[in-house]
Unconditional design. Sequence first.
Length: 93
Amino acid sequence: MKTFNVDMRKVKETAYKKYMNLQDLAIKSHVSAASLFAYQAKRRKASERTVYKIAAALDVSPAGHYRKITSTLSVLISRERKDEHVTSQNNLR
C-alpha cells in the first residue's frame, strides 16, 4: 500500500478557512484526531484513501495535491532504487 506525507500546514489552513478545527475535521473525514495529530508531527504517513477522505471533508480536490505527492513519491522511489542499487553492488563484491 502506498503511503504519503500529508502537508498538515495546508490541511489546517484550509480547515480553518472553513471554520473547522482538527477535531471537527476528524469527525467529518472519519479519520481519527490521533491520526491527524500523528500526520502533523510526521510520526505517521497517510494512505491514499485517507488523503481522499481528508480532501472530501474539506471539499477540495486531492488532484492539486497529487502533483506534490507524486513528485515526493518519485523522489522517495528514486532514493529507494538508489539504495537497492548500492546494496546489490555491495553484495556483488
